[in-house]
Design a binder for this molecule. Structure first.
Ligand code: FAD
Length: 485
C-alpha cells in the first residue's frame, strides 16, 4: 500500500480532509491537476493588482472557527491573517440601503427600526433561525463523528424541524413570519449567493448561510484566499503528507465495489486504503470511475441539478474615494423573484477587498470584483459588452466612473470549469433546492468519500471544510483513531 489515503483535488474540501488525516498521522497524498493548490480559493495578480478568483468572504476564519482550527491543526494558524468584514454585506435597493450587521442582535434591531410594523414577526423569525441553526450545528457535529449514522445521540424535535426546513423553500419559510415586500427583499439579499430565488432555494440552505456569518463571522484573508490553501498545504507537508500539483487523477481503481487506488494522467499509479474525491461529482463517478457508476452520476445530476455559475469582472481602479462597504449586493428592484426570472435587470455582487486589505492594489487604488449569477449550462455572452454594462452599473452604485479601459480580466462559467473542473462552472456544487440532500448517492463505493461542495453538506468554503472534516473523521473512526471536533 503506497498511502493510507489519497485526496483528489485541493479545494477547501480536499484540503480539510488532508489536514485532518495528516495531523492524525495517516500517510496522505493530495493530487491536484492545477499548477497551484486551492480550487476556488485561488488568487491571481494582474498589473499590480491582486484578485481572489471567486470568493467574496469566508465564514469560520475567526477564533474557534473551523478554518482557524484546520490551520491550527497544521501549525499554520499564524501564516494567514484574517480581518472581519463589517458590515458583513451592504444591500442596496432602489430607495434604501441596509447593512447586514455582524451580530443577530444588531441586525434584528436594525430591521425592527426600519420595519416597526413587522417587529413581532422579525423577532419570531430571528428566534426561529437561531433555533434552527443551533440544531443544524448539532447535526453537523454529530455527523462529523458518525453518531447520526450509528443511530446515537440525536433524536429530538429539532430533527423533524430541520427536515421540514430542508423540504420547504426559503420563501415559504419567510412568509410564515413577515409580509412587507421590502423586508422580504432585504431578508433575501443573500439568495444570489446560491443562484436561486427565495421560492427556489431550500430554507435550510438559506438559514444556514445567513446564520453562519452571524455565528462564525465574515472574513477576508489578507493577501488573498490563495494564502489559506498554501498555508494548509505547507502544514500538511510538515505533518508528513505529500502534495502533487500539475497531475490530474485520470481513474479511480476499483476492486469490485471498493476503491483501492488512483491512476494519474502522467501514468503514475498509487494504491491506498481510502480515496477522497474533492472534485466534481459527475467527474468523479462518470469520468474517474465509469461503468455502472457513470449512469448513477448522470441520474444524480438530472435529479438535483447544479448550482449557479457567475460572470465575473475583475477591475483595478484608481480614484475611487471611500466605497460604502467592501461587500455589496445591488438589487434594481424589490421583486427578487422577478429579478431571478430575468424579467428585470440583474442583481450584482460587488467586492472591494482593498477596503480591508489595501495591499492588494497600488497606492490609492482598489480592486473591484463584480459577480453576476448566470446559468452555466446555457451560457452565451459578449464578454466585453457585458463587462461594460456591469461596470457602468457598479459605477452608479459606488458613485464613480468605472470605464472599460480599467478592465483587467473577466471569467465566465467555462473559465471556472477550466480552472476547477466544476461542471458548468458551478459555484456551489449541487443546486440547493428544497429536498436536495436526500437525493445524492454519496456512499455508492466502499472506501470512497466525497469532500467539498459536491458532498451533501452545502456550498461555500465553510460547508466544504465541514464536509472534508467529516470524510476524514469517518476514515479515522474506521482506523480506530480519535476524530476531530
Ligand atoms: C464566483 C464565486 C464566488 C463565491 N463566493 C463565495 C463566498 O463569498 N464565500 C464562500 O464561502 N463561498 C463562495 N463560493 C463557493 C466556494 O468557493 C465553493 O463552494 C468552495 O470553495 C468549494 O470547494 P471544493 O473543495 O468543494 O471545490 P473546488 O474549490 O472546486 O476544488 C476542487 C479541486 O479539485 C481539482 N480537481 C478537479 N478534478 C481533478 C482531477 N481529476 N485530479 C486532480 N485534481 C482535480 C480542481 O483543480 C480544484 O482544485 C464562491 C464560488 C464562486 C465560483
Amino acid at each position: 500500500m503506497d498511502y493510507d489515503a489519497i485526496v483528489i483535488g485541493s479545494g477547501m474540501g480536499g484540503l480539510a480532509s488532508a489536514s485532518v488525516l495528516a495531523a492524525r498521522g495517516l500517510k496522505t497524498l493530495i493530487v491536484e491537476r492545477n499548477p497551484t493548490h486551492g480550487g476556488y480559493l485561488a488568487s491571481f495578480r494582474r498589473g499590480g493588482y491582486l484578485f481572489d478568483s471567486s470568493i467574496d468572504c469566508i465564514a469560520g476564519a475567526g477564533p474557534g472557527g473551523l478554518i482557524t482550527k484546520l490551520l491550527d491543526l497544521n501549525g499554520a494558524v499564524d501564516s494567514v491573517k484574517f480581518v472581519p468584514i463589517e458590515p458583513v454585506r451592504l444591500s442596496i435597493f432602489p430607495d434604501f440601503q441596509i447593512p447586514v450587521d455582524s451580530t443577530t442582535e444588531a441586525y434584528e434591531d436594525r430591521l425592527k427600526r426600519l420595519f416597526p410594523h413587522e417587529s413581532a414577526g422579525i423577532a419570531a423569525l430571528i428566534k426561529s433561525m437561531e433555533r434552527m441553526f443551533s440544531a443544524m450545528m448539532l447535526v453537523t457535529e454529530l455527523s462529523q463523528h458518525n453518531f447520526l449514522n450509528s443511530g446515537g445521540g440525536f433524536n429530538s424535535g429539532a430533527a423533524s424541524e430541520i427536515a421540514r426546513l430542508q423540504d420547504i423553500s426559503y420563501g415559504e419559510f419567510l412568509r410564515g413570519y413577515v409580509n412587507d415586500s421590502r423586508l422580504v427583499a432585504a431578508l433575501s439579499d443573500r439568495c444570489p449567493f446560491t443562484g436561486l430565488p427565495p421560492t427556489g432555494v431550500s430554507a435550510l440552505t438559506m438559514v444556514t448561510l445567513i446564520m453562519s456569518y452571524f455565528h462564525f463571522g465574515a472574513y477576508r484573508a489578507i493577501g488573498g484566499t490563495q494564502r489559506v490553501a498554501d498555508a494548509l498545504v505547507k502544514g500538511i507537508r510538515q505533518k508528513g503528507g505529500a502534495a502533487i500539483t500539475g497531475a490530474a487523477a485520470r481513474r479511480i481503481i476499483l476492486d469490485g465495489a471498493r476503491a483501492v487506488g488512483v491512476v494519474l494522467d502522467n501514468g503514475a499509479q498509487y494504491q491506498a486504503k481510502y480515496i477522497i474525491s474533492g472534485c466534481d461529482y459527475y467527474h468523479t463517478f462518470h469520468g474517474l470511475i465509469g461503468g455502472e457508476y457513470a449512469a448513477l452520476a448522470g441520474e444524480a445530476i438530472e435529479r438535483v441539478g447544479v448550482s449557479t455559475s457567475f460572470f465575473i469582472v475583475y477591475a483595478g481602479v484608481s480614484g475611487l474615494a471611500g466605497p460604502p462597504a467592501s461587500s455589496i449586493g445591488y438589487f434594481p428592484s424589490y421583486d427578487i423573484e422577478e429579478i431571478f426570472a430575468g424579467g428585470i435587470d440583474s442583481t450584482i455582487g460587488i467586492t472591494v477587498a482593498t477596503v480591508e486589505d489595501p495591499g492588494r492594489a497600488p497606492a490609492g487604488g482598489h480592486t473591484v470584483v463584480l459577480h453576476e449569477m448566470v446559468n452555466g449550462e446555457k451560457f452565451t455572452i459578449d464578454r466585453r459588452r457585458a463587462a461594460e454594462i456591469a461596470l457602468k452599473k457598479t459605477g452608479c452604485v459606488l458613485s464613480c466612473e468605472l470605464s472599460l479601459p480599467k478592465l483587467i480580466e473577466t471569467a465566465i462559467p467555462s473559465t471556472l470549469t477550466y480552472y476547477t473542473g466544476n461542471r458548468a462552472g458551478a459555484a456551489f456544487g449541487w443546486r440547493q433546492g428544497p429536498g436536495y440532500r436526500g437525493k445524492i448517492p454519496i456512499n455508492a463505493i466502499e472506501n470512497l468519500y466525497m469532500a467539498g461542495h459536491w458532498d451533501d453538506m452545502g456550498g461555500g468554503v465553510l460547508a466544504a471544510a465541514h464536509s472534508g472534516v467529516r470524510a476524514a473523521n469517518r476514515i479515522l473512526q474506521r482506523e480506530g483513531l480519535a476524530s476531530i471536533d
